[in-house]
Ligand binder design. Structure first.
Ligand code: 13P
Length: 249
């Protein structure tokens, strides 16, 4: 079974000075936990966060990554740039980027491949909206989204992949999927991963995201196919991160 990953997505929150203060506070408050922690910070915060967390077991990463290696791509950040500052992860295909930046699964697949080629672990996000859930089509929809979002990935690079299931109706709404909902989808995604990458599928971390907080994280992450959480709102306060890490002990 893969280790549990507690991935913290700050989204567009925290100035560099706030980020530094958070990272310094966390490094002195870290509880004993078996979970790996990773902070996915805004790009402008990352150098400071990486330096404040140096020497701690907490990793850092970006919330997006370029599909390109380098060159004339104004505003983008490459895998090589992230690797150079010691970042480990990049979220790709978060539903907010799919919606507000028109990112298609094809683009997400290119970004995931570029991340892996540059030594960054992509956290590939998938998940359905409320309309699809209400029609009962969520499993087929999300599995197809995963297939499309991984299309460029080689068999061997899949060993480094992380997948996050984030139902859009549960993001920032306080409506968490039940632990059973999370498990049902994670099991379906695992099955798809087994057919795509038989050698690695059982080691790929599948995270759940959507209104995860200290009170519900343990039950969600105890599900057999759920190997961690991708947390938004509850990642902003150090105290709540400490409580979540402690709940995963
Ligand atoms: P919330 O935890 O705020 O619901 O956000 C989930 C999310 O989108 C993490 O990527």
């Amino acid at each position: 079974m893969p280790n549990i990953l507690l991935a913290l997505n700050w989204k567009m929150n925290k100035t560099p000075s706030e980020a530094r203060a958070w990272a310094e506070e966390l490094s002195t408050a870290l509880p004993q936990t078996s979970a790996q922690l990773a902070v996915l910070a805004p790009a402008i915060d990352l150098v400071d966060v990486a330096s404040a967390l140096k020497g701690t077991p907490v990793q850092c990463g970006a919330q997006d990554i370029s599909a390109h290696e380098s060159g004339a791509y104004t505003g983008e950040i490459s895998a090589a740039m992230l690797s150079d500052i010691g970042a480990k992860y990049a979220i790709v295909g978060h539903s907010e980027r799919r919606e507000y930046h028109a990112e298609t699964s094809q683009k997400v697949a290119q970004k995931a491949a570029a991340a892996l080629a540059g030594g960054i672990v992509p956290i590939v996000c998938v998940g359905e909206g409320l309309d699809i859930r209400e029609k009962g089509e969520h499993v087929a929809y999300t599995v197809a989204q995963l297939q499309d979002s991984l299309e460029q990935l080689s068999l061997s690079s899949a060993a480094q992949l992380v997948v996050a299931y984030e139902p859009i109706w549960a993001i920032g709404t306080g409506k968490t999927a039940t632990a059973q909902d999370a498990e049902d989808m994670a099991a379906a995604l695992r099955q798809e991963l087994r057919s795509l990458y038989p050698a690695h599928a059982d080691q790929i971390q599948i995270l759940y995201g959507g209104s995860v907080k200290p009170a519900n994280i343990a039950e969600i992450c105890a599900q057999p196919n759920v190997n961690g959480a991708l947390v938004g709102g509850a990642s902003l306060e150090v105290a709540s991160v400490v409580d979540m890490a402690a709940a995963l002990r």
